[in-house]
Design a protein around this ligand. Structure first.
Ligand SMILES: C[S@@+](CC[C@H](N)C(=O)[O-])C[C@H]1O[C@@H](n2cnc3c(N)ncnc32)[C@H](O)[C@@H]1O
Length: 228
């Protein structure tokens, strides 16, 4: 295990009960919209979902709601899983998940890849691909966003977000022979940092080109079938 992986393990295994919970208005606004947008982008029916790095359940909760399915979550931190209100959750590392091949129609991962060393990112994507039958979706911080850059400079555990942008995400999908269906930047909301009073104005700005150009997160949806 390299030093970045050791740092992550220490960071995520600390007590996380002071984080926002899934009912916070900023969290609801961001993740509800994100899950609904994903549902609209997916061309065929999805009947099972796994959310990798589900943590305290932000994305998992709203995936379950949008797709009307009990989404399963996996995370290596028992501290994060303890504050996750969803019933389906398993403690495991994303690079070694206890599921059969092609077990889930859709496998998602929100805000986890930048917490992995380069080698581990590759192992994680391979493992997501192994358990996915149809689609993989990843959302990560946009390293081209100035606020994200400043945040990364002050938080060592976030440092690798500086690598991430749409180009980087596209590249790791292509290296794994995954067919990209959609790639986009969106939202000026930060789930754990945007103050509640800014929600009305940012909600309006999120509907403008400002969010798709300078948003905080970059997203890629792909199909797991290999290119011929
Ligand atoms: C920034 S949080 C994101 C939580 C949630 N997905 C969200 O969007 O709010 C990152 C999560 O990834 C988990 N994580 C980090 N490294 C992991 C690994 N190697 N395997 C499984 N989970 C991991 C952490 O425990 C944490 O819950």
């Amino acid at each position: 295990m390299n030093s970045y992986d050791i740092l992550q393990k220490k960071f995520w295994h600390r007590d996380k009960s002071n984080r926002r919970d899934v009912t916070h208005p900023v969290v609801v606004c961001l993740y509800k919209r994100q899950a609904e947008k994903l549902k609209n982008l997916i061309p065929t029916k999805v009947t099972s979902i796994l959310d990798c790095g589900c943590g305290n359940g932000f994305f998992q909760t709203f995936l379950s709601e949008a797709f009307q399915i009990n989404c399963m979550g996996v995370d290596f931190s028992s501290k994060m899983l303890r504050v996750n209100p969803n019933a389906g959750k398993v403690a495991a590392d994303i690079a070694a998940m206890p599921f059969e091949n092609k077990y889930f129609d859709l496998v998602t991962c929100s805000m986890l890849f930048h917490h992995l060393s380069f080698d581990k990112q590759s192992a994680a994507l391979k493992e997501m691909r192994r358990v996915a039958r149809k689609y993989i979706f990843i959302t990560e911080p946009n390293g081209n966003n100035l606020a994200n850059v400043i945040f990364a400079l002050f938080h060592p555990e976030e440092r690798r977000l500086l690598d991430f942008d749409l180009r980087y995400l596209r590249q790791i999908f292509k290296e794994n022979n995954l067919t990209i269906l959609n790639a986009y930047v969106d939202s000026l909301l930060l789930p754990n940092a945007t103050p509640r009073f800014m929600l009305p104005i940012l909600r309006k700005l999120d509907k403008t080109a400002l969010a798709s150009l300078f948003g905080f997160n970059c997203n890629v949806l792909c199909c797991v079938q290999s290119k011929q």
